[in-house]
Design a protein around this ligand. Structure first.
Ligand code: PEP
Length: 257
């Protein structure tokens, strides 16, 4: 298991160059909070500027196309975001699944393209509220994950992170409780171990995402098998995001190493 929690901010469709000051402040704080690994996924237009200025934080994209190049107006390939400085890409976010009709099969193709371009992948999965109410959330999420993992990948290790994000918890201020998160993360771990084997499957980080704040981060990150957080709204200002990173890191380091 990774020792350092991985805290990733997803800026979604927020941020112009004026927001680079927030990224700089997050980067400075991360240098003193080395017990957590910190990353930002800004919009495409800010990947290179954030990458150029960041000394400590990782930078990623929020999506990529499944193809290498060609006549896809408005799309961006995995190699392009890597060239801009992205180290990872978030794929299968519920907002893309909903607003762009992305199915597991497309997410799987995108993940294959991202790995081929040398990117790490943060693969999102999560159930809608109705499924949670019906009591079938674990079945839904594990099937979604299995169907979204590229078949040709034999080893995942550092290259794959899974983010469990219940759709009903995103941007709502509601979260599952610690037991519910732990149970889902254990079910996800089982899928990963079955798919990649004991050693490799145990290495893959599983993040929780959905209404994480500085106030609830320590509790949610303490749930079983939680290796970090994917943070939306609270990652948009350095103050709110650093609060979460501090909670994850267990306080400021005495000296950055
Ligand atoms: C997200 O959309 O990935 C997310 C976790 O959003 P929020 O933190 O705002 O709930």
């Amino acid at each position: 298991m990774h020792e350092r929690p991985f805290i990733v901010g997803n800026w979604k469709m927020n941020g112009t160059r004026a927001m680079l000051s927030q990224a700089r402040a997050i980067d400075r704080a991360a240098q003193n909070l080395m017990r957590a690994e910190v990353a930002l996924a800004p919009p495409y237009t800010l990947i290179h500027p954030v990458h150029r200025e960041a000394a400590q934080i990782g930078v990623g994209a929020q999506d990529c196309h499944a193809g290498d190049e060609g006549a896809h107006t408005g799309d961006i390939s995995a190699a392009m975001v890597a060239d801009a400085g992205a180290k990872f890409v978030i794929l299968g976010h519920s907002e893309r699944r909903k607003a762009h009709g992305e199915k597991d099969s497309l997410v799987r193709k995108k993940a294959g393209a991202a790995f081929a371009a040398g990117l790490q992948v943060i693969l999102c999965c999560g159930e809608p509220e109705q499924v949670r109410d019906e009591g079938t959330a674990q079945d839904y999420v594990t099937k979604q994950l299995e169907a979204s993992l590229p078949k040709e990948i034999e080893r995942a290790g550092e290259n794959l992170t899974v983010a469990y994000e219940p759709i009903w918890a995103i941007g709502t201020g509601r979260t599952p409780n610690v037991e519910e998160i732990g149970a889902m993360h254990r079910a996800i771990r089982k899928v990963l171990v079955e798919r990649f084997g004991e050693d490799d499957g145990a290495q893959i980080r599983i993040l929780y995402g959905g209404s994480v704040t500085a106030d609830n981060a320590a509790e949610l990150l303490g749930a079983d098998e939680v290796g970090g957080a994917l943070v939306g709204g609270a990652s948009l200002t350095a103050d709110t995001f650093i609060g979460i990173v501090m909670a994850a890191a267990g306080g400021a380091d005495s000296a950055a190493s």
